[in-house]
Design a protein around this ligand. Structure first.
Ligand SMILES: Cc1ncc(COP(=O)(O)O)c(C=O)c1O
Length: 400
């Protein structure tokens, strides 16, 4: 009799160790129940016509074959120019920029290029859900440091953060402005993080995809974004991960980039080449156009998002959620404890099916889901009529 074939796990231990994206699952649920989708963070309005035209022109001009793997020269030059004008950083487009398939690829390529098995990576929690799989796929061990919800937003405990750094720490992942909390780290907080990175000789991977979506105290507050890369001694240890997705409302284009010192960039480019070869050639050319838009584009983007934030947050508070006005990005992390549900997943089931609004369960942003069991995340990157419909439905939740 032939020997029975030994049973073998059909998927890798790595793939088995994380779940499918909860956010993408919520989008499918929202469609099924006809719920207003305030879950996944993508704009539901038209991409600016001139940006679309630049992509069409690039296709018609036959920029349709592989581009240089680390990015179209014209696009890298536009990134360097904009980084100089917005962040004040002088970047060499020849040796310090890698164009990637969204910042999603940028983050994992940067990690795979710099982190070894057994290295620890410090991450604030709640965190954007990709960072944990990013760490697992690059063989690193994530170490989570809590961001605590207060009446005025999220804060961290400096001692707790300092205690997370040790001789195994290779990198810190920062998301600033932050998804899911809406936190914008203060200069003092950034300096504290930078001190730790320097002291422990640690890299900082900073996800700055929401760099233009910041609110300030009022409409006329000239708030600008501070990248941790601009702090003393940080340029040589920072990888800025960024993308066209949010600033230009083109999340489906999948064009992002990493800015890093030349030695790190060479490693990132190698990983990137074998992961994806490159990002779409014509869309990079349209990206060069987009990055050259005048300052007014960004001012009006900020104003629009502020207006939308100010539609959603009061409606959430009225309905019984506890939340602060986010300082950046386009999410509100809201506490649901007033509604008396056992957990966030039960609450979201009710919200989608009975109230007709979709949001993301807070637990999906935590390594230990129970920590987020009384939180949910709403996004407000939606047309006014979408937000109005959500506000009307949310009123049905009102308690008392
Ligand atoms: C913090 C953060 N990083 C990265 C991404 C993904 O960006 P991209 O479309 O550039 O891959 C998102 C999308 O929601 C995000 O919120």
């Amino acid at each position: 009799m032939p020997e029975p074939t030994p049973t073998r796990q059909r998927i890798s231990r790595k793939a088995a160790s994380f779940t499918e994206s909860v956010i993408r699952e919520i989008t499918r649920e929202a469609l099924k129940y006809g719920a207003v989708n305030l879950g996944q963070g993508f704009p539901d309005w038209e991409t600016p016509k001139d940006i679309k035209q630049a992509a069409i022109d690039a296709i018609l001009a036959d920029h349709n074959q592989y581009a240089v793997t680390w990015g179209v020269k014209e696009f890298r030059e536009a990134i360097a120019k904009k980084t100089m004008s917005y962040l004040g950083l002088d970047i060499d487009p020849e040796s310090e920029i890698t164009v990637t398939c969204g910042s999603t690829e940028g983050m994992i390529a940067a990690m795979m290029a710099t982190v070894d098995a057994g290295d620890e990576v410090v991450v604030f929690e709640p965190f954007y859900e990709n960072y944990a799989p990013d760490a697992i796929l690059s063989d690193a061990t994530p170490l989570y440091v809590p961001l605590y919800r207060t009446e005025n937003g999220f804060v961290f405990d400096k001692e707790q953060l300092a205690a997370a750094f040790n001789s195994r720490t290779r990198a810190m992942i920062l998301c600033h402005p932050n998804n899911p909390t809406g936190k914008v780290f203060t200069r003092d907080e950034l300096e504290f993080i930078a001190d730790l990175c320097r002291e422990h000789n640690v890299y900082c991977f900073t996800d700055e995809i929401y760099e233009h979506i910041i609110y300030g105290v009022d409409e006329n507050d000239p708030t600008t974004h501070t990248s941790i890369a601009t702090l003393p001694g940080m340029r040589e240890r920072t990888v800025i991960v960024n993308s066209l997705s949010k600033t230009y409302s083109v999340t489906g284009w999948r064009v992002g980039y990493c800015i890093a010192p030349a030695d790190l960039t060479s490693a990132i480019r190698k990983v990137h080449d074998f992961l994806t070869v490159g990002a779409a050639n014509p869309l990079q050319r349209a990206g060069a156009y987009a990055l050259g838009l005048p300052a007014e584009y960004y001012t009006s983007l900020q104003k629009e998002y502020r207006r939308k934030r100010d539609i959603l947050v009061p409606a959430l508070k009225d309905a019984g959620f506890k939340c602060a006005y986010p300082e950046g990005a386009y999410y509100v992390m809201a506490d649901i404890s007033n509604f008396g549900f056992k957990n966030d997943v039960e609450f979201i089931g009710h919200l989608v099916r009975e109230i007709g609004v979709a949001a993301v369960p807070g637990s999906s942003f935590y390594s230990d889901g129970s920590k987020g069991s009384q939180l949910v995340r709403f996004c407000f990157c939606k047309k006014d009529e979408t937000l109005d419909a959500a506000v009307e439905r949310l009123a049905k939740l009102r308690i008392g």
